[in-house]
Design a binder for this molecule. Sequence first.
Ligand code: BGC
Length: 445
Amino acid sequence: MVKAKMTFPPDFLWGTATSAHQVEGNNDNNDWWQFEQGDGNIVNGHKSGLACDWWRNAEQDLDAAAEMGTNALRISLEWSRIEPRPGQYDQAALGRYREILLAMIKRGIEPMVCLHHFTNPLWLVEQGDFNNDNVADLFQRYTATAVDALGDLVLKWLTLNEPMVYVFSRYLDGVYPKPSVEGFSGARQAFENLLRCHAAAYYTIKDKYPQAPAGVAKQFRVFEAPRDGSALDRWWAGRLSNIFNHAWMKAMQSGRLAPPFGRSAIKNLAGAFDFCGINYYTRSSVRFRPRQGLFVEEWAEDAVVGDANYGEVYPYGLYRVIRMALPYQKPIYITENGLPDSEDRLRPAFILDHLRQIWHAISFCYPVMGYYHWSLIDNFEWERGWTQRFGLIAMDEETQERSWRPSAFLYQEICRSYGISSDMAARYAPQMLYVMFPGSAPAVL
Ligand code: BGC
């Protein structure tokens, strides 16, 4: 068979992504842990428990990440471990994070570190967390401690993970731990305070390490009306895209809030980011049905979806969201991309087709510098507990046993050869040579 190859730039980062609460285990001093104890909050009453046991032994999975040929890993720090009580810092916890970062570097894996990935210390929740207008000072103090203790080992920083998803899921959708002020007014205040937190953390990092790039992992999503949608549905999809994808980005760029969140200026915010972190998962097909909630989502009949109807697999959307980020004129990292697929039915084709979209973007000289697959290993999937499996590596949370899914071997070949080729598709996803995901650009392989 003739072999066609798409080669990536030699300095491209091949990574995977995780977050503290989802992998560390026994994070019992934060709001998610508390939420997991409540009835009906998590599907099937699942709990994070020992998670992937990283607090005791991240090293075993770091060995696997190195063996897989990855050269980058995104982790997050757990605020409630570093600052278990207000103003008191746990040196042992900081020491353990140093050990984990050193273990990554020793294995040739470049650390990208996120300061906040959905969880808050319980003491902060008691103070109203993002509905307390002091929160940016508290976040700044925590960031300064983390940067002083760990900054020499961190190559890239993320201040926050998916602020828009966080605000939506916690304040409007109500599937995350309850905030002290619910509804739109709580959401608006949290949005503004998250921007303040970001600006404060950004300059705290830059003061000490001016060369270390810092940004936000921002979820981007394609919003569209269904094929038979009305003009109103199309208008609404455009509005949602604008708010969900661009309100946060425009605020970071201009230093001002944008409607519907207000117009006020935020100190030190304008231009305070060095790269765009894009988390991309899916396309939302939406109709304007105000009486049934903010939006009603549906999929076309031929849509391919991940486990438990997680969402449509739409690789071309990755190319589209990369284009959405171009006006911000910064380097781009794909800081998350993956799907729940316990049987690895779709994942090999998913990986190949999403990387093909990145290659396509790079061929236009769009500055995509790295890819972090979500996730290295099955982990605690928030309100969906252990029902969704995003790992390249499968893990049984009862026995802690690990096994590589075919996708892990595929990703290993990709990372080691710096590219994707037609023989990989033939071996791992033969269906891909003939049938692409609906709506994807025609296959080039
Ligand atoms: C989050 C991850 C999560 C993933 C899959 C992202 O929104 O940042 O923590 O596991 O989606 O649902």
